[in-house]
Design a protein around this ligand. Structure first.
Ligand SMILES: O=c1ccn([C@@H]2O[C@H](COP(=O)(O)O)[C@@H](O)[C@H]2O)c(=O)[nH]1
Length: 237
């Protein structure tokens, strides 16, 4: 499979989401990310609609609760047939293990189990915030790496981190462990609320397995053009 670019479908209205998706070339495989904004409004219906139209879905709900609750929730999520989903790595190994068990238990027979990705440190968190507000004494890269190892030991299939951290830890993980990276900004695009960003091309060079891009596509004057340009920067050799 070519390395995915997940378009973060962070929209207020479903109609705006479809207006964007209709502009994209239907002959290409399109990967999308459904997050809390759409899911809290439209629920599993939106996932099914996208799935029926052939989109490959990353359902990003960042589960973070006690293991029993996460296991039972993951079991329900697995019924939706998504490609991957997320938990917060800070929930601990028991919670991640429980999420994996729930996904396995809920996946319909003969269907692939959704990949479980653990969010390490959100890409909006800076070195300063990690130290001053999360009271973490480790440098950010070390904290991300420690959470990544913890997630892998607990059975996660990959992590979410910034592309800035990938190169420094990829060699320590199996080849199929996924490094999915938001915090993507084309050259000269504003950071918005993201703290740790790179261009798509830099994410590729650093070894990201997949990138997640929202506003640089969804807020563009010409989203289809922005998507193609970012895709080219991401995939160009
Ligand atoms: O650490 C994280 C985890 C998830 N995200 C999500 O990715 C997109 C990024 O959107 P942009 O508009 O490209 O900033 C968004 O849906 C976040 O919820 C993240 O940014 N960082």
């Amino acid at each position: 499979m070519t390395k995915p670019l997940f378009i973060a479908l962070d929209f207020d209205k479903k109609a705006d989401m479809w207006a964007l998706l209709k502009q994209l070339d239907p002959s290409q495989e399109i990967h999308v990310k459904v997050g809390m904004e759409m899911f809290y409004q439209y629920g599993s219906e939106i996932v099914r609609e996208l799935s029926d139209k052939g989109f490959k879905i990353f359902l990003d709900l960042k589960l973070h609760d006690i293991p029993n609750t996460v296991k039972r929730s993951a079991k329900q999520l697995a019924k939706l047939g998504v490609y991957c989903t997320t938990v917060h790595a800070l929930g601990g190994k028991e919670m991640i293990k429980a999420a994996k068990e729930g996904l396995i238990a809920g996946t319909p027979a003969g269907k692939p189990v959704p990949k479980l990705l653990a969010v390490t440190e959100l890409t909006s968190i800076s070195e300063e915030v990690l130290k001053d507000e999360q009271h973490c004494s480790l440098p950010l890269k070390d904290e991300v790496k420690a959470l990544a190892h913890q997630a892998q030991e607990a059975g996660a299939d990959g992590i979410i981190c910034s592309p800035l951290e990938v190169a420094g830890m990829k060699a320590e993980f199996p080849d199929d462990f996924m490094f999915v990276t938001p915090g993507i900004r084309p050259k000269n695009y504003q950071k918005d609320d993201q703290a740790r960003v790179t261009t798509p091309a830099q994410a590729r060079k650093n070894g990201s397995s997949a990138i997640v891009v929202g506003r640089p596509i969804t807020q563009a004057a010409d989203p289809a053009k922005a998507y193609q340009e970012i895709l080219q920067d991401w995939r160009e050799n």
